[in-house]
Structures are given as structure tokens and as C-alpha cells.
Design a binder for this molecule. Structure first.
Ligand code: ATR
Length: 280
């Protein structure tokens, strides 16, 4: 890619960002589309300074990751209605209208879209009317469950800490169940949003493997390793599996559409992720 005086600026802010796979994925996409743009990793500690810097430097689109997704809300000008409801922003769009004095920053959330698309496209699921068990109740679970409810799925949440799980269930008006009751649950899909099974603890599994046959589709948001123990056992139990790269991929594809209004090159983006995982 040739950077010149007209190159558009994109990037990701977080702390840390060194591990992020977003730069390889987005730069591969921009190159494949022949778009004159570059996507940069930016470690930001002071968020207010960071946002002012991005605005002043003429960025077009920026991803927001941990720990800034919630704290950025009061620092931007406009909030998309779903980002507002979820209470977290993972995407910024900078817009300068002709003649306007100031660039307007609008915040979106594409995490929930990413998990819905991963289930729908990779998992071949029709979410409307489906029944889904979600493991975990942290930040990731919030986006995943929001997306499921929005798509018309019936969601059951289970979590190690009951209080947190119940609070998420109450927020969305869905069911909470305790771990010891999971044996009675049959559902179209199971989604792990916890970090259980992530490197280096690759032998860990977030649910009793003997229960996996109760689900048609099993999705993990952990992508290191790509085939977690959960996904390995789910395959053996005859489930369709969706790996952790799918959600990462589709939330990024949705970002790119917001920024440049073009159809994202999904296969190119997934290959860039896979190539980078192998190298790590
Ligand atoms: P994230 O933003 O990535 O979702 P988080 O907000 O820290 O991270 O949430 C992590 C989720 O994984 C929580 O639901 C957590 O359970 P608790 O609410 O009980 O803490 C869950 N989790 C993390 N480690 C776990 C483990 N070893 N066993 C079971 N659940 C675990």
C-alpha cells in the first residue's frame, strides 16, 4: 500500500493495543478494496487527550477497545441508539460537514452485530425464535445478549457470580439459571463469553462436556487457541461450531461499512486474521 498526501486515517484506541488483531484485518480489507487508507494501533492512556487528538488530526474512523468503551461516551458528540442502550461504544465515525466549524464524532456499537452475524452466517442459524444459552455476564456477554434479544431470540444466562448474571438477565428481561440447573436445558445454541479455555489454560472448559449434545450450535468468543477445548468437544458431540474469530471478523466488517460505506471483503479479512494467529 502506498501512503501519500491523500491517505485517510483509521485506527484503534485502547490500553494496551499491542495484541490487537484489528490492524492486520482492517489494513488487509482497505488494500483489497483499493481504498487509500491506513489503520493504526494507538495506545491511549488519557482518553480526553486522545479523542481531541483524533479529532484534530482528521481521522475518519476509529475502533475503541478495553478499557475505553464506556468511558468514551461523555467525550463524543452523538451516540447511535443501540450504543446508547448497551452503554458501550466500539466504533467512532468522524464527520466534517461542508462549512461546519467542528468535526462531529458519532459513536456506534458493532459488537452485538458481530455476534449475531457470526451465529447467522457462520453458524447458519435463524436467530428469531431460537433459544440460546449464554455463559458469562461481563462486558462481552452484554453485547452478545443484547444482539440476541434484538434479533428475537430467547436468551438464558448463566454465570459464576449469581448477582452479576441476574443483573444482566434483569436488564434484558431474560432468564437467569444457576450452573447446577444446566443439565435440564436444551437450546439451539450455546455461547461462551467467558475467558475459560483461553491460553495458557487450554484444558479448561466452561460447561460439563456431557451436556454439549443438548445444543445444535456452539460458539466460543475465545480465539486463542482457535479451536478451544469447548469447540473440540462440541464437534465430537455433533454440534456445529463457530470459533472466536467469527465475532471479531463480523464486528470489524460492520465497522468498515460504517466508515467507508462499502461491502467488506470478508474472506480477505478472515485470512488476515488466520495468517496472523499462526505467526503469533
Ligand atoms: P469481558 O468484558 O471480556 O466479558 P469481564 O467483564 O471481566 O470480561 O467478564 C468476564 C466473565 O467471565 C464474567 O461473567 C466472569 O464471571 P464472574 O461474573 O463470576 O466474574 C466470567 N469468568 C471469568 N473467569 C471465569 C472462570 N474461571 N469460571 C467461570 N466464569 C468465569
Amino acid at each position: 500500500m502506498k501512503i501519500n498526501g491523500c491517505t485517510s486515517l483509521f485506527g484503534i484506541i485502547g490500553n494496551p493495543v499491542a495484541h490487537s488483531l484489528s490492524p492486520v484485518m482492517h489494513n488487509a480489507a482497505l488494500a483489497a478494496l483499493g481504498y487509500n487508507g491506513v489503520y493504526l494501533p494507538m495506545q491511549v492512556e488519557n482518553l480526553l487527550d486522545g479523542v481531541q487528538g483524533l479529532r484534530a488530526l482528521g481521522f475518519i474512523g476509529v475502533s475503541v477497545t478495553v478499557p475505553h468503551k464506556e468511558k468514551i461516551i461523555p467525550l463524543i458528540d452523538e451516540l447511535d441508539s443501540t450504543a446508547n442502550r448497551i452503554g458501550a461504544v466500539n466504533t467512532l465515525l468522524f464527520r466534517r460537514e461542508n462549512g461546519a466549524e467542528k468535526t462531529v464524532i458519532r459513536g456506534f456499537n458493532t459488537d452485538w452485530l458481530g455476534s449475531n452475524m457470526a451465529l447467522g452466517i457462520t453458524g447458519n442459524m435463524n436467530l428469531k425464535g431460537s433459544r440460546v444459552l449464554v455463559l458469562g455476564a461481563g462486558g462481552a456477554a452484554r453485547g452478545v445478549c443484547f444482539g440476541l434479544v434484538k434479533a428475537g431470540a430467547e436468551v438464558i444466562i448463566t454465570n459464576r457470580s449469581e448477582e452479576k448474571g441476574q443483573a444482566l438477565a434483569d436488564w434484558l428481561g431474560c432468564e437467569f439459571t444457576m450452573a447446577h440447573e444446566l443439565a435440564h436445558i436444551r437450546a439451539d445454541a450455546l455461547i461462551n463469553t467467558t475467558s475459560v479455555g483461553m491460553e495458557p489454560e487450554i484444558d479448561m472448559i466452561p460447561i460439563d462436556p456431557s451436556l454439549l449434545a443438548n445444543f445444535s450450535v456452539v460458539m466460543d468468543i475465545v480465539y486463542a487457541p482457535l479451536e478451544t477445548r469447548l469447540l473440540k468437544e462440541a464437534k465430537q458431540a455433533g454440534c456445529r461450531t463457530v470459533d472466536g474469530l467469527a465475532m471479531l471478523l463480523f464486528q470489524a466488517a460492520a465497522q468498515l461499512e460504517i466508515w467507508i460505506n462499502k461491502q467488506p471483503p470478508i474472506e480477505v479479512m478472515r485470512q488476515a486474521l488466520l495468517d496472523n494467529l499462526v505467526r503469533n
